[in-house]
Design a binder for this molecule. Structure first.
Ligand SMILES: [Zn+2]
Length: 272
């Protein structure tokens, strides 16, 4: 199995550091984009901001820290997260639509500071908003993929990453990837493989292949052994998907782009 970049990752509270050392030594994980998640749950405790940053510092260049952005807090919150050490931002369950103009100062500041934003789009686990430690809203309706188009158009130097494929609005994903050079997609969660098979060879308006904007992710928790095994299994399955299912298609040759190279190229844009 070849090394992979996990473009949507979380960290568990109470990290098993021995395991993290093993992961670093394994050579399997090239990089993980680590999203701080302000979520309170009975069965899973997510790491807080400090723990996410500590992990990034402990393994330089391996874990890239993304801070959760409360969009209602305005531009100063972006500056706070940047100064604290976060490379990127993660948005989820906003109280208003992502493209609400009251959030534009946040996007302007992120663009100015060169911080990419990964937006959760589409389907979300039932009741997630009630588990958040900050205000959120129920259902996926304020997180439609095409809301990112508005933001990408208004802030052309801001890097926007679709977290997941935006199911059930997957056709909007196609339009966003085709038309906006600053939108990419972290493919994980509820994956529509049929859509992938039909679109990996599609070409964007700027001439790039979709496979250059679609990136592997797991959306699991680092720091816990069962989750790490799931990441290995998911990466192995995805590699096989390209090699075996894609054997008779051009996109079968895009395995390295999907698993690592597209994410690596994007990360250079935000200084990693
Ligand atoms: Zn996630």
């Amino acid at each position: 199995m070849k090394p992979f970049i996990d473009t949507h990752a979380h960290l568990i509270h109470g990290v098993d550091w021995e395991l993290m050392d093993e992961i670093a030594a394994s050579g399997l994980l090239e990089q993980a984009w680590l999203m701080h998640c302000p979520c309170v749950s009975d069965d899973i405790a997510f790491a807080d901001e400090e723990e996410v940053l500590m992990c990034a510092e402990r393994y330089p260049g391996m874990y890239i820290p993304f801070g959760f952005i409360d969009l209602t807090k305005g531009a100063s919150e972006v500056t706070r997260l940047k100064e604290k050490g976060f490379t990127g931002l993660k948005a989820i369950s906003p109280v208003k639509n992502y493209d609400d103009e009251s959030f534009f100062p946040v996007y302007a500041r992120a663009e100015e500071l060169g911080m990419p934003i990964l937006f959760h789009v589409g389907i979300i686990s039932k009741g997630f908003w009630q588990k958040m430690s900050v205000p959120g809203s129920p259902g996926p309706g304020k997180m439609k993929p095409n809301m990112l188009d508005t933001i990408a158009d208004a802030f052309p130097r801001l890097q926007l990453i679709q977290g997941h494929q935006g199911v059930p609005w997957i056709n909007e994903l196609w339009e966003s990837l085709f038309y906006y050079p600053n939108i990419s997609c972290s493919v994980c969660g509820l994956i529509d493989y049929e859509w992938l098979m039909h679109n990996l060879d599609s070409r964007c308006a700027d001439g790039r292949l979709f496979s250059e904007k679609l990136m592997f992710g797991v959306d699991g928790l680092y720091g816990s052994r069962p989750y790490w095994q799931n990441m290995i299994d998911t990466a192995r399955f995805t590699e096989e998907f390209f090699l075996r299912v894609g054997r008779t298609a051009h996109w079968g040759k895009s395995e390295r782009a999907f698993m690592s190279e597209s994410a690596s190229a994007l990360a250079k844009n935000f200084g990693v």
